[in-house]
Design a protein around this ligand. Structure first.
Ligand SMILES: *[C@@H]1O[C@H](CO)[C@@H](O)[C@H](O)[C@H]1NC(C)=O
Ligand SMILES: *[C@@H]1O[C@H](CO)[C@@H](O)[C@H](O)[C@H]1NC(C)=O
Ligand SMILES: *[C@@H]1O[C@H](CO)[C@@H](O)[C@H](O)[C@H]1NC(C)=O
Ligand SMILES: *[C@@H]1O[C@H](CO)[C@@H](O)[C@H](O)[C@H]1NC(C)=O
Ligand SMILES: *[C@@H]1O[C@H](CO)[C@@H](O)[C@H](O)[C@H]1NC(C)=O
Ligand SMILES: *[C@@H]1O[C@H](CO)[C@@H](O)[C@H](O)[C@H]1NC(C)=O
Length: 495
């Protein structure tokens, strides 16, 4: 039966119809959910004692950096419409809802000496409603909305942040731990550090190509580990939950079989995924990162490497601080070698340290530049993560399709999600990858950072012109509802 099925897949894999989808049931206990994040949906930016955070400041101070000068001051207005959101989730049938807590709504100044009980109440109400609806909350403590006070202290460059993040995490465990059994410390440090502290295309907009990303990665790792240890030592026994960090990466496919492309793709993975994952799952920076940055720093005349060296104490503090692997992924790139490590000296740069160049196949379907329909890349990424980070349980915490129209007949979104779920089942059944959950980004069309409201990823359309922020389920909502109900991607599934 199984062999016939594989053969059938091989024969039919050139046709893009539902017959090519994996026809196994989702494994028992496999979780299917949806995600949002505080700043992207809540609004209520200065209500009920919330403090100002880095994205409030960034959108208000540099309006021209956001498409059409949009802000998320109101966004989906979920600060007032959260009950409607929970109803949608219940109707959708999800097992879990990934959401985030806004640090400055709980601690207006960022510091734990001043707790805003109105903010605590907002999240408690959501958690109680989710419990009532039998939906498990999966809660991110930090999804890019850094309290402004810490931003002014240097933000993710300042290792002191590790201490303050731990103190904030402790407040959350204390107030919410009764309801929340799955914690995520930090969302996508790769995107934050590259966009915010190296290229300057995201808040806070720093352009520090030589050192920014490495220092930012270092402080994120310390902060994550600090929040992990506090949970582990002070709360785990009583609350019986688990905790991890979300790491984001596309798949890096060698552009050809040549040795130089194959090794360039590995270096790309080390510099994009490995910088964040390796210290947590294996114990230090990837060796290629240590070597390349050290060599170029030396040739550039730096007294020591631009990469902060981890002390043994720091390695031990960070190593093993994860109960499972949370993965956000949207796309794939072809990788080929770019500059050599000893070329273009004098221009300290993360990109030159990495020394790779990437491109996409123009035939890959795509409506925005960061999402491409490449399900085989997703399958390879799952296998890679499983094999390189000690065979962790993998939970896909974000994946989804962006379009520019927000149309209700969103067939491209259905195609993307169904083919990615099919690739996930292939990874599980054929490659033996222990993947236990999938989370669509996003429940709602929302504030897509510097793209404002121009890129739509929701299963539910939000009318940002209406005072009511009227929510209308798209075709993909109904389709996903059916998948969750049948636990299967095709008409008839096998075990
Ligand atoms: C703390 O936050 C409150 C409310 O946002 C603000 O009024 C106050 O000035 C802040 N205090 C400090 C020390 O930043
Ligand atoms: C956006 O803000 C900039 C700077 O304040 C202003 O010059 C520009 O006219 C604004 N654009 C729109 C579309 O409102
Ligand atoms: C990280 O922890 C693992 C498991 O305890 C151990 O085998 C490994 O040697 C550690 N890595 C480093 C660099 O200390
Ligand atoms: C997958 O991970 C779960 C949770 O850690 C574990 O219970 C299960 O045994 C793992 N399955 C396999 C096949 O490794
Ligand atoms: C989807 O709906 C839009 C109008 O909302 C229409 O212009 C378009 O042709 C429809 N597309 C499909 C594939 O039905
Ligand atoms: C806004 O929502 C309220 C309550 O659901 C409804 O009574 C009202 O008609 C809506 N207004 C608009 C303009 O849709």
């Amino acid at each position: 039966m199984y062999r016939t099925f594989v053969l059938f897949l091989l024969i039919s894999s050139t046709y893009c119809d539902s017959s090519t989808l994996n026809n196994h049931h989702f494994p028992k206990n496999f979780k299917l959910g949806a995600a949002t994040a505080a700043y992207q949906i809540e609004g209520g930016w200065n209500e009920d004692g919330k403090g100002v955070h880095m994205w409030d400041w960034y959108t208000h101070t540099f309006p021209e950096k956001i498409k059409f000068n949009y802000t998320a001051d109101v966004a989906c207005d979920s600060y007032h419409k959260w009950e409607e959101d929970v109803k949608l989730l219940k109707n959708l049938g999800v097992s879990h809802y990934r959401m985030s807590i806004s640090w400055s709504r709980i601690l207006p100044n960022g510091t734990a000496n001043n707790i805003n009980l109105k903010g605590v109440e907002y999240y408690l109400n959501i958690f109680k409603a989710l419990k009532e609806a039998n939906i498990e909350p999966m809660v991110t403590l930090y999804h890019w909305d850094l309290p402004i006070y810490f931003h002014e202290m240097g933000g993710w460059y300042n290792p002191l942040l590790a201490k303050y993040f731990g103190e904030y995490a402790r407040v959350c465990y204390k107030y919410f731990g009764e309801y929340v059994k799955t914690w995520i410390t930090i969302n996508e440090p790769q995107s934050t550090c590259l966009g915010g502290y190296a290229e300057g295309t995201k808040a806070p907009g720093y352009i520090h190509m030589g050192e920014g990303l490495y220092q930012c990665a270092y402080v994120h790792l310390l902060a994550h580990a600090s929040a992990y240890h506090i949970y582990d030592k002070e709360f785990r026994e009583a609350q019986q939950g688990r905790i991890s960090i979300v790491i984001d990466s596309g798949w890096a496919e060698p552009a050809s079989d040549s040795d130089s492309d194959v090794s360039a793709a590995q270096v790309e993975r080390d510099f994009v995924l490995g910088i964040y994952a390796n210290p947590i799952y294996n114990g230090d920076w990837p060796q290629a990162v240590i070597d390349n940055v050290a060599q170029r720093s030396y040739l550039e005349g730096f007294p020591k490497s631009r990469l902060p060296q981890l002390t043994q104490e720091e390695i031990d503090f960070i190593n093993g601080t994860s109960d499972f692997f949370c993965l956000n992924t949207y796309s794939t790139n072809y990788i080929t070698s770019g500059n050599k490590v000893n070329e273009s000296i004098g221009d300290p740069s993360y990109y030159l340290d990495k020394g790779t160049s990437s491109f996409v196949d123009p035939s890959w379907p795509s409506d925005v530049q960061w999402v491409h329909l490449v399900p085989w890349g997703f399958r390879k990424l799952l296998k890679y993560v499983y094999e390189h980070f000690n065979h962790p349980e993998i939970f896909v915490t974000e994946n989804g399709w962006a379009d520019l129209t927000g149309q209700l007949n969103d067939t491209n979104r259905i195609t993307y999600i169904s083919e990615y779920l099919s690739a996930l089942l292939d990874a599980h059944y054929e490659d033996g990858v222990n993947v236990t959950g999938y989370t669509v980004w996003s429940l709602l069309d929302n504030f897509e950072w510097t793209n404002g409201y121009t890129q739509k990823l929701g299963l539910v359309q939000v009318d940002f012109q209406s005072e009511n922020r009227t929510r209308t389920p798209k075709d993909s909502f109904k389709w996903y509802q059916g998948v969750i109900e049948k636990r299967c991607l095709v008409e008839e599934c096998i075990e």
